[in-house]
Write a protein that binds this ligand. Structure first.
Ligand SMILES: [Zn+2]
Length: 282
């Protein structure tokens, strides 16, 4: 593979919006970062404005979303996956993300708004080459009836099977060779989704408090309340989530095959990839 240079954004971008689970307004400002910084969150609302690098080992929860955090200091950042998908598929390697809340804005529930903002900001090529993590042998993680497999592959491919015992969803299948152009054209607009019958329970658990028809597809017994952007928007969103979740370790090359998998298995696989990489270095 041709050596590619690392990139950051050419100028800062800002966005204000509501968090999906917290329902709180948040201001996010993304700033250029030096080579080899990776993606760093900075909680500007906390004393000392602590920084935390996005990394599989910093994932602290995968309940309905992917959260990273600092367990000693008891703070976290929820729902990073859609933003991470946009960062990765915009071609950004290094970035500082200032955030004044514990959750970035959900925007429209997809990755397109941040992706467009990054495109508008432009990219700055940097002096160091981009590093890739290659899946060197088949690995898998399982949980109940869900499985996520990673196979060696000279590219980035995601195959996903979604299956819900629900008349509006049933089974959906997707297989994509993920490139930045493909992601922009086919996946970036796919929104998160939720079931009308679950809303009350989620709200009682303090989840989806910012969810609305502006940022999620709402599903009831016979159809969706708001129109779909793609006939198979649900499976495309699961692919979007996987792109964002796998980006926590930077760039990975492999063929990822998910069957009913979600944030929990994505995080377990990313952690496994890190530990295998460390083993191989020894
Ligand atoms: Zn999602």
């Amino acid at each position: 593979m041709e050596l590619e240079l690392q990139k950051t954004i050419a100028q800062p971008i800002s966005y204000i919006g509501i968090g999906l689970h917290t329902g709180q307004d948040a201001t996010i400002t993304c700033l250029p970062a030096p080579e080899n910084s990776g993606i760093l969150f900075c909680r500007v609302d906390l004393p000392g404005k602590p920084l935390l690098r996005v990394h599989a080992n910093n994932i602290v929860s995968t309940r309905r979303c992917t959260s990273i955090g600092c367990t000693e200091e008891q703070w976290s950042i929820h729902t990073i996956e859609h933003l991470m998908a946009a960062i990765s598929m915009a071609g950004i390697d290094n970035l500082i993300i200032e955030l004044d809340s514990e959750e970035p804005p959900v925007t429209d529930g997809s990755a397109i708004i941040f992706l467009d903002l990054f495109k508008k900001a432009g990219l700055q090529k940097q002096a160091e080459t981009r590093q890739y993590i290659k899946i060197s042998r088949p690995i898998y993680v399982r949980e109940k009836d869900a499985t996520l497999i990673a196979l060696p592959y000279d590219g980035f491919r995601i195959t996903y099977t979604l299956s819900y015992d629900h008349p509006v969803i049933r089974t959906q299948y997707a297989d994509y060779e993920i490139t930045e152009d493909l992601f922009y054209a086919e996946i970036a607009r796919a929104r998160t989704f939720g079931f009308a019958c679950e809303i009350e329970v989620l709200h009682k658990r303090g989840l989806a408090l910012g969810g609305s028809l502006d940022n999620a597809v709402l599903i009831h017994d016979k159809g969706t309340v708001n129109p779909l952007r793609y006939p198979d928007e649900f499976v495309r969103h699961k692919v979007l989530d996987m792109v964002g979740d796998l980006a926590v370790n930077g760039r990975v090359l492999g063929h990822f095959i998910g069957i009913k998998s979600g944030h929990s298995l994505n995080a377990q696989l990313s952690k496994k990839i890190v530990s295998l990489q460390e083993e191989e270095k020894c």
